[in-house]
Design a protein around this ligand. Structure first.
Ligand code: GDG
Length: 477
């Protein structure tokens, strides 16, 4: 691993732990899983919001990093997290799927919170660390950290898309955010498209930089490396989960419940970027055009509650629930189960794996999505269970507007979710592939995920940061 034993200071919006009952545990998120082995090997530190709990311990069993909590008042969380991060940057970076709100008070708080995170990171007492800053909540932090530690090695990774300059340029604070990012030595994106969008934005707003290949050269002599590093999953974890006893038990129950029905599955945070409304419209169309499916098909939507303090998310929930009710009213046949199963909750991981195994079609139809890890989890679980009795391979129906599309374009059924009529046709088509074809498509996609798992992603990212640093050392001050 490219850190060579140097300390690692991760700076992310949230700490990697949460409290259940009286006990603190590592959180279940992908980033936490990905970084666990790295922080175990080095002197690991994590700077993040304390979630409103002033008593976060310095260490938590199962995650070998020192925790450095950042406190925010409820009002600061409202302005920084719900406001500027999720009502300004989130819709803007997802191609204006909702109208971004430009509020100067939110911006001032965003700046102040980025300063607070940068101060907390700079205060971590370690010798010659690598700082790794994450995501859209902290776009200013790399430059702020550079002000405090001019010689520091700083990497940044963006987990969501980077918008084209024509959209980014609408933001009153476009220049400040670009300068914030350019404080890093290396900036990682999921795809080449997002990387190019960033570089085009920099070119448009900074006349004093030159770009050669993937490097941005600044007038002060510093260079910033940009790279596309698609994030991935812990393949071994999901492969084991696929065939765990508990998963098998859950699957047996689900198979009984959905006997004699083809199952299409959706798994998303309830977010307007995920295309759930378009998906339901397409289901309605499918059930209109193909009446026999009303009793031989089920669509299961797991919608994980998300950001429900934000108006657009509450509206989305209402609309989705109205649409599900509407479909039930129109298509439920007396004596038969309803055609749409809507679960507004998060389910345990073994249950999630059982749903992945049950699905004949996995419908991943976001209007825009940085990567989409559900796609990678689905093909991995399906492939790991290929030799289990009754495990018939499923089909991945995938939006062309996800980062994952680049990897799966040859073997998924690709769709444009904005075109509801063609989406319904793609859904119907997904139900027609023969078993051998399905199996080999899943196998190829799973092999590709295995080749670039989340640990490879961590290595690539850290390698990119340390490469940028070596180049700086060769050029000299
Ligand atoms: C952002 C970007 C990018 C979902 N339902 C349940 C559950 N999940 C887990 C999945 C998956 C994760 O949540 C969702 O990850 P995604 O990547 O699909 O989407 P975002 O939350 O929007 O993530 C995205 C990602 O960051 C990483 O950079 O890929 O583009 O938007 O791991 O398994 N987990 C459990 N129960 C559920 O019901 N336990």
């Amino acid at each position: 691993m490219s850190l060579d034993g140097r300390p690692l200071v991760v700076v992310a919006n949230r700490l990697p732990v949460s409290k259940s009952g009286d006990a603190w545990r590592p959180s279940a998120g992908g980033l936490v899983t990905a970084l666990r082995p790295v922080v175990e090997q080095v002197d690991g530190h994590w700077v993040g919001w304390d979630g409103g709990d002033p008593n976060v311990p310095k260490r938590v069993d199962g995650f070998a990093a020192d925790l450095h909590p950042v406190a925010m008042t409820a009002e600061e969380v409202d302005d920084h997290y719900y406001g500027f991060s999720n009502r300004t940057l989130w819709p803007l970076f997802h191609d204006l799927l909702a109208e971004p709100v430009f509020d100067r008070e939110w911006w001032r708080t965003y700046e102040r919170m980025n300063i607070r995170f940068a101060d907390a990171a700079a205060a971590v007492e370690v010798d010659d660390p690598v700082y790794w800053v994450h995501d859209y909540h902290l776009l200013l932090a790399p430059a702020l950290l550079r002000d405090r530690k001019p010689d520091a090695t700083i990497g940044f990774f963006l987990h969501i898309p980077f918008p084209p300059p024509e959209l980014m340029g609408r933001l009153p604070w476009n220049d400040e955010l670009l300068d914030g990012l350019l404080g890093a030595d290396a900036i990682g994106f999921h795809t080449e498209w997002y990387r190019e969008n960033f570089v085009r934005s920099v070119r448009r707003s900074r006349r004093d930089v030159t770009v050669s290949g993937d490097m941005v050269h600044l007038p002060d002599g510093r260079s910033v490396r940009t790279a596309a590093h698609p994030i991935s999953i812990d393949v071994d974890e999901f492969s084991a989960l696929a065939v765990a006893d508990e998963t098998e038990q859950e699957l047996a129950e689900l198979r009984e419940q959905f006997a004699n029905r083809k199952v299409m599955l959706g798994v998303d945070r309830l977010d307007y970027t995920k295309g759930i409304r378009h998906r339901l419209q397409a289901i309605e169309r499918l059930l209109t055009d193909r009446p026999e499916l009303r009793t031989s098909f089920a669509f299961i939507q797991i919608a994980v509650p998300s950001r429900d303090d934000v108006e657009e998310y509450r509206d989305l929930r209402e609309q989705v629930e109205y649409m599900v009710g509407h479909i039930h009213g129109r298509f439920t046949e007396p004596g038969h189960d309803v055609p749409v199963h809507y679960l507004y909750r998060s389910v345990p991981k073994t249950r999630l794996a059982a749903y992945y195994r049950l699905a004949d079609v996995m419908a991943i139809t976001p209007l825009k999505d940085g990567m989409n890890l559900v796609a990678k989890e689905f093909v991995t679980v399906q492939d790991a269970a290929r030799d289990r009795p009754d495990q018939d391979a499923g089909v991945l129906l995938l939006s062309e507007f996800t980062g994952a599309a680049l990897e799966f374009v040859d073997d998924a059924v690709m769709c444009n979710p904005f075109d509801v009529q063609s989406l319904a046709a793609r859904m119907a088509q997904s139900l027609t592939f023969d078993a051998d074809d399905r199996r080999s498509r899943i196998a190829r996609m799973a092999a590709s995920v295995r080749e670039g798992d989340v640990f490879a992603w961590v290595n690539e990212e850290l390698e990119s940061v340390t490469m940028a640093e070596r180049a700086r050392a060769e050029v000299g001050p």
